[in-house]
Design a protein around this ligand. Structure first.
Ligand SMILES: [Zn+2]
Length: 124
């Protein structure tokens, strides 16, 4: 598990009062993603969610009602979420999947089993 996920898991287990405290890391990341998206857009997202993001070092604390800025760590997290959530289409069967689903299946399409090469990998 990456360091950033360890931080997220620790924050949720110590601070989150609802069932997210023991939830899978994917759910916790999803919640943090939502919080940071809301805050960066100038929306309020609840006391617990806000302070978890600030104290975890993902968000810079400032006046309520203003658009919040992400820290370097926060930007790194958002970038990794975007990559995880990005969808690709299988060249063989046309099914849509996230990059995460592809890599969990060792680079093959989870629906038809065809190997899917990414442009990024082909160049290296
Ligand atoms: Zn396929």
């Amino acid at each position: 598990m990456s360091d950033i996920n360890k931080i997220i898991q620790k924050l949720f287990s110590e601070r989150w009062t609802k069932n997210l405290a023991d939830a899978p890391i994917e759910d916790q990341r999803e919640q943090l993603f939502k919080t940071l998206t809301d805050q960066a857009g100038g929306y309020w997202s609840g006391h617990t969610a806000y302070h978890l993001a600030v104290d975890g070092g993902f968000l810079i604390d400032s006046d309520s009602g203003s658009k919040k800025k992400l820290t370097t760590l926060g930007e790194m997290f958002m970038e990794s979420m975007k990559i995880e959530r990005e969808k690709i289409e299988c060249w063989s069967c046309g099914a849509e999947m996230t990059l995460n689903e592809r890599s969990e299946n060792d680079g093959d399409c989870p629906y038809c089993g065809s190997e899917i090469e990414l442009d990024i990998e082909a160049k290296s």
